[in-house]
Ligand binder design. Structure first.
Ligand code: ATP
Length: 787
């Protein structure tokens, strides 16, 4: 299959990868996940199913149906970002794409019934469970996506959980173990109860049932049991001699606290939270969790109802929504032969809290803490899944998987590490308004789908649990069974983790004391090593910081030089530009003036001729006038000659005068124009002067900044030198301490006295009744000594 051009690189990788790992056939048909057997271990990718819920009437009337989700086939779904979604906005800006494709083990469309979903998702895990193996199913998605509907369902449409219970009882049939004296113990063990303890168990169970007596509508899972039974029968068969006991527990994780949902409510009192402990073999379990033995579907529905009531009562009291907590329903099936527990298998169904991120929730006070915790545990789940996938895809990588960073992942750790099969049902709605969150969910599941689970193919006998008596001491086998299996999953750091809570009551006291001594000497050696390491790191850091400072100083100086040069260039360019502009302006003005004063030659000649004609006419008129004034006086020849000459002189003078006058006028006009242009040029020059002043001021300002930066870097260098000096002093101190240490060790190789008293304290703490603080400091030491 070729990846769509719209797909991101990550997704296309993921699709190609999936194509290699999975083969599925048919629409909702028999999905076969490719499995491989490697040296007695079964390997398979985690099954990740997608369920798309139908639109509600309100959603349709709110125009939520904008074709965001397109199911291409039983394994491929396309997500198209609606208008206004953050994804669409990003894609419009050229960041990311608006179409995403994802593939799943199987996709279940809106029309899928609860029975179909059960048939095609849980069947293989169901038969594993009946066959003595562990299973985990968790539903993941945003609030209101259908997670609870998928896990629990409704009385009319029961979900996976009631169907698993129904199928289990159908399988057990007449092989029910009636006594309640064999009960799950720690994570993988079983405990033998004496008659008093059995009585207590019965009364606790009766109290739970009594409180929901009138409200309980028995679960009905019509027709499914038989079909389940048919399919189960091909995997395993109930042995005639074997009997089965089913114990269930129901709890929730809210704000990183574990609460038992099968403990009766304490009225107005705050709920007690439970601790997660380590059973000494690396398995986390919820300490003091109530387990109830149920013998039919009716009892199962009462337990479920009681737990749900408790959950909603607690959420109302704390003004929280139930979808803000992770709820986990766990079943333990004990296979009993006579008085021997031959196997215990566990099936957990986890309804995770809504996966929406902080911005959609109320982000203050308790809500902020709540949102932070939900997001954190889902984030850690994501981190674990990513780390598992990375460690598997890149064999060179062996990064630590942060299971211990949240309660949820601590409890899931064993299953993820091969002690059972895990599968995930991703629930989404098709609403446009929650598109961005839905896309986030899909990206998470794309990673989850690549996780390969390696499940050791052990026989039921090798998995037999330890059986302990009333005092918790093993009846049949050692608690350390299978401990070697766990070593691969625990690092030395994890073993020394102070947060870890090992149950010390599981081991004899002398063993604990020797462990403590052992750990104490390890701790001392570790501390010494840490001091040396710390000094080395400090020195390295100091050197690195100095180097970094020097480099940044050099860079800053270079940048300043460049800045200075660029400003100078800019200034010179601006000068040149202004000069050019002034020249250009002056030239333009001159050309304009010339154009204005220019008169063509022909016109000028014609005008001259006109003037000449007019002048002639004028003189004729003058002549006529003077003739008429002195008609009697007839001029003599001389007189007429003289008159003629003076007339000519007069005419020439006139013409010259007029020409000069005209020239004078033209010159005056030119002068005026020049004066005006001088004014405008002066004005322009003033403006340029102001701009220049401004540029100069800017330059001075920048120079001052440069100066300040120089000063700053000098100060930093000085403080660095101080640090180095201090480092040198520390070095000297270490040297003197080391010398003292050598002296002391030469004087007395035996450990000093206070250590003895510490040991005595620890002994005392162990032998006296356990107190919270002491036991906490000793936590997790158990395993370390065993290793
Ligand atoms: N496949 C489905 N068919 C019909 N109705 C469904 C389906 N899935 C969910 N619904 C309905 O949608 C609503 C929301 O479902 P549900 O409460 O299971 O969501 P959720 O994801 O568990 O929400 P929250 O995180 O708040 O618990 C319910 O009314 C439920 O009945």
């Amino acid at each position: 299959m070729s990846a769509s051009p719209d797909m991101t690189k990550e997704e296309s990788f993921c699709l190609q990868h999936v194509d290699m790992d999975l083969t599925c056939t048919g629409s909702h048909g028999s999905t076969s996940v490719q499995q491989t057997e490697v040296s007695g271990a079964e390997q398979q990718t985690m099954s990740v199913y997608l369920r798309v819920r139908p639109f509600s009437k309100e959603e349709l009337s709110d125009n939520e149906d904008q074709g965001c989700i397109g199911i291409e086939n039983s394994q491929m779904v396309t997500l198209r970002a609606p208008k206004g979604s953050a994804t669409m906005k990003s894609s419009e800006k050229g960041i990311g794409v608006s179409v995403h494709k994802f593939s799943f083990t199987t996709i279940f469309g809106p029309e899928t019934t609860q029975a179909e979903l059960f048939e095609h998702t849980v069947k293989s895990q169901m038969s594993d469970f009946l066959d003595g193996k562990n299973a985990l199913i968790f539903s993941y998605g945003v609030t209101n996506a259908g997670k609870t509907f998928t896990i629990q369902g409704t009385p009319k449409e029961p979900g996976i959980l009631p169907r698993v219970l129904d199928a289990t009882f159908y399988y057990i049939g007449g092989h029910q173990y009636e006594g309640m004296d064999l009960k799950p113990y720690l994570r993988d063990g079983a405990q033998f109860l004496d008659p008093d303890q059995v009585k207590l168990e019965r009364s606790a169970k009766a109290a739970v049932f009594a409180s929901v007596k009138d409200e309980c509508e028995p679960l009905r899972v019509s027709g499914q049991s038989e079909s389940m039974a048919t399919s189960i029968s091909c995997y395993s068969q109930t042995e005639e001699s074997s009997q089965f006991a089913l114990w269930v527990a129901f709890f929730e994780i809210y704000n990183e606290c574990v609460y038992d949902l099968l403990q009766p409510s304490t009225g107005s009192k705050k709920r007690a939270s439970l601790r997660i402990c380590d059973d000494g073999a690396g398995n986390a379990y919820v300490k003091d969790l109530r387990w109830i033995n149920i013998q039919n579907l009716g009892e199962a529905s009462k337990v479920l109802l009681f737990g749900n009531k408790n959950r909603s009562a607690a959420s109302t009291k704390m003004n929280q929504s139930s979808s803000r907590s992770h709820s986990i329903f766990t079943m333990k099936l004990l296979k009993i032969d006579g008085d021997t527990v031959k196997g215990i298998s566990e099936f957990s169904l986890c309804d995770l809290a809504g996966s929406e991120r902080c911005n959609k929730t109320q982000t203050f006070g308790e809500r902020l803490k709540e949102a932070g915790n939900i997001n954190n545990s889902l984030l850690i789940l994501g981190k674990c899944i990513t780390a598992l996938r990375n460690n598997q895809t890149d064999r060179m990588k062996n990064s630590c998987i942060p299971f211990r960073e949240s309660k949820l992942t601590r409890l899931f750790q064993a299953v993820f590490c091969g002690k059972g099969k895990a599968s995930m049902i991703v629930n989404i709605n098709q609403c446009a308004s929650t598109y961005d969150e839905t896309l986030h969910v899909m990206k998470f599941s794309a990673v989850a789908k690549q996780v390969v689970q390696v499940i050791p193919d052990k026989t039921l006998e090798s998995l037999s649990p330890c059986l302990v008596g009333r005092d918790g001491k093993p009846l049949l086998r050692s608690v350390a069974t299978d401990r070697t299996d766990q070593e691969g999953y625990l690092s030395e750091e994890e073993l020394l983790d102070e947060e870890d809570e090992a149950d010390l009551s599981l081991l004899p006291q002398n063993e604990i004391v020797s462990m403590i001594e052992n750990l104490r000497s390890k701790l001392l050696a570790e501390r010494r090593r840490n001091v040396v390491q710390e000094m080395e790191i400090r020195k390295e850091m100091g050197d690195a910081m100095l180097q970094q400072l020097m480099e940044s100083e050099e860079l800053r100086i270079r940048q300043m030089e460049e800045l200075k040069e660029s400003y100078q260039d800019k200034l010179e360019n601006t000068f040149e530009m202004y000069k050019d502009v002034i020249k250009e302006y002056a030239y333009q003005r001159a050309m304009n003036d010339l154009e204005e004063d220019y008169v063509p030659m022909e016109e000028f000649v014609a005008e001259q001729e006109k003037v000449e004609a007019l002048r002639r006419k004028l003189s004729e008129l003058q002549t006529v006038g003077s003739g008429s004034r002195g008609a009697s006086a007839v001029p003599t020849v001389d007189q007429s000659c003289q008159t003629e000459a003076s007339k000519e002189t007069e005419e020439a003078g006139d013409v010259r005068w007029k020409r000069l006058y005209k020239e004078k006028c033209a010159l005056e006009k030119i002068c005026e124009d020049k004066q005006e242009s001088i004014y405008s040029l002066e004005k322009r020059l003033m403006q340029l002067g102001e701009t220049l002043q401004q540029v100069r001021d800017d330059f001075l300002q920048k120079s001052a900044d440069v100066e300040a930066l120089h000063k700053n870097s000098d100060e930093q260098t000085k403080s660095m030198e101080d640090i180095l000096q201090k480092n040198a002093e520390k070095d000297r101190e270490i040297a003197s301490l080391k010398a003292e240490l050598v002296k002391l060790s030469q004087k007395s190789p035996v450990l000093p006295k206070p250590k003895k008293s510490l040991l005595a304290n620890i002994r005392e703490a162990v032998t006296s009744p356990r107190k919270g603080s002491t036991s906490r400091t000793l936590r997790k030491t158990v395993r370390a000594v065993h290793h």
